[in-house]
Structure formats: structure tokens, C-alpha cells
Design a protein around this ligand. Sequence first.
Ligand code: SF4
Length: 207
Amino acid sequence: MDIDEIIERIEKVIEPHRIPFREPWKVLISTVLSQRAKDETTGMVSENLFRRYPDLRSIAEAKLDDLEDILRPIGFYREKARRIREIARILLKNYGGNVPDSKELLMNLPGVGTKTANIVLSVCFDQDYIAVDTHVHRITNRLGLVKTKTPEQTEKELMNIVDRKHWKKLNSLLVEFGKNICTPLRPKCVICPLNDICPSASLSLKK
Ligand code: SF4
């Protein structure tokens, strides 16, 4: 199956997901908040957080109770409140209030794994990385592009088979595709532009 053709077909029906923030520290913190949370909830909570705490300094000096109150609608809010305050403090202390543009340095921050680092590097610093979240992992396995058990394995396999020119956009495209068509439960194979080439298309389509 040709990845160029797959991307081309998805692009015809899907608008890529856009992160609603431009400043790297906001992209970083909202991505940490998004871990194991729904996009809609993360968006709402991030907006509330940045309205009340409009810069890194204010987050670094925030009371933990107050951060927890704001983050309460998302999962693991206590852990995330501690993490984002720590991230703000580290960025101020070690990086002059900037977000580092290196994967190694990003992954030294609390709560930042390879997916979060890849999103920050590709969205904020225009670097070629494939951010593999649950949508990218599920869809590329359903399409038979990879055969993997974990997002980390998926990232490695995709880097071998996907042309570098597509790396940055793969996440934003597949996130929206996964929310609207190739959904986790009951994927909408009937309206999917890939249903003639996808090995996981519903059996009813193949009759
Ligand atoms: S045909 Fe179905 S399973 Fe395959 S990519 Fe489309 S929605 Fe997903």
C-alpha cells in the first residue's frame, strides 16, 4: 500500500487537527495535559489554565490546590498539576523561560515522553518527527502499515516506511481521521476513503 496515496486520500476529506496555541510553552503544557485525556476536555482545561495563568512565571508560582481545581476535569489532574508547575520552574531556571528544541532535553522534563517531545519539536520547531498517539498507533495498524504492540514500536516502524516529508503532518492528519472516520469503536468504514485498500475494513464491505 502506498503511503503517499493514503495521505492524499485522507487529505481530501479531513482538515488536519490544529493545536490552538502557538507559544512553545503552551504547546508543551497542553500536550502534557492531553495525555490519557479527551481532546475536547484538554482544550477547555488548557484555555482555563492559560486565562488564569498567562505566563510561565505565574504557573511556576501557582498554588498546587488552585492548579488542581482547574485541571480537575481531566484524568490524573493531581499528577499533572505537579508536573506542569515543575516544568514551568525548570524552564525558567534552566532555559531562560524558553522551551528547549532538543528531544533529549525535552524528555528530561517531568511527564514528557517521546510523543509529547515529538509534538513540540514538529509543531513549534518545524523538525521532522512522527508523534505517535493512540490514533496514529491504531490506524496505521488497522491499515496494515505496521504490525506493532506499542506506540513506541509504531514510531520506529513508521520512520522506516514513511517518507520524511510526511512525518510532521502524520499526527495532525490521523488524529482528525481517527476522531471522525477510523474511530476506536465502530470505525465508519462505509464512508472511509480507504475502504477499498484497508485490510481491516468491515467484512460487510467486502461482500
Ligand atoms: S476502512 Fe475502516 S478500519 Fe480501515 S482505515 Fe477506513 S475506517 Fe479505518
